[in-house]
Design a protein around this ligand. Sequence first.
Ligand SMILES: C[S@@+](CC[C@H](N)C(=O)[O-])C[C@H]1O[C@@H](n2cnc3c(N)ncnc32)[C@H](O)[C@@H]1O
Length: 204
Amino acid sequence: MKKNKVSKNWINKQKRDIYVRESKIQGYRSRSAFKLIEIDKKFNFFKKNIKFLDLGGAPGGWAQVATKNIKNGKILSVDIKPIEPIDNVDFLIGDFTDFQIQKKIFNYFNTKIDLLVSDMAPNTTGNKNIDSLATGNLCILAIDFASKILKDNGVFVSKIFMGSVFEEIRLKAQKVFKNVKIFKPSSSRKESKENYIICKNLSN
Ligand SMILES: C[S@@+](CC[C@H](N)C(=O)[O-])C[C@H]1O[C@@H](n2cnc3c(N)ncnc32)[C@H](O)[C@@H]1O
């Protein structure tokens, strides 16, 4: 399909999408906000005074959801892209895979945290296998990081794409956590292979 046609289709799809419209009405920066709202409704991890790390946070939809739920906690959003300020959210611009950035995250909290969410996804190439592999690799790195920074009863949530890397992610998650669930929110586009993995309680 020609590039023009693809982008026209994308624009039309956006116009029809109820979550795009609803995100404008409710003042969310991304339709992704509804995914986190749905995941929390099912798994109930937001608490008033928790420490919360948001990986791949731009443009800030998940951080906006976090501020509505966390009152006296600490919220850090990390992304390669800059994020417009949000009250009660701190930002770190940088590549999460960079060891120096990971060190800065540890220093920021200076203690173990309650909740780590990752919606990280590299720019899509159009090749579904490559895209799912690249997102899967980020998820695997995020699981490693979660095993070091989460409290024993902490929660880890990450975007994954069903594909060749899925089994590797599931096995790794089951080694690191006692409870592992896969969930596709209804706000995640049906035609997309996107799913979320929700993990609780470190195995140690
Ligand atoms: C789907 S968007 C996240 C949307 C966000 N959850 C929201 O609600 O606004 C994915 C983000 O992951 C970020 N990302 C991709 N690779 C990254 C990396 N290595 N380190 C940090 N952020 C990364 C991208 O820059 C992009 O902003």
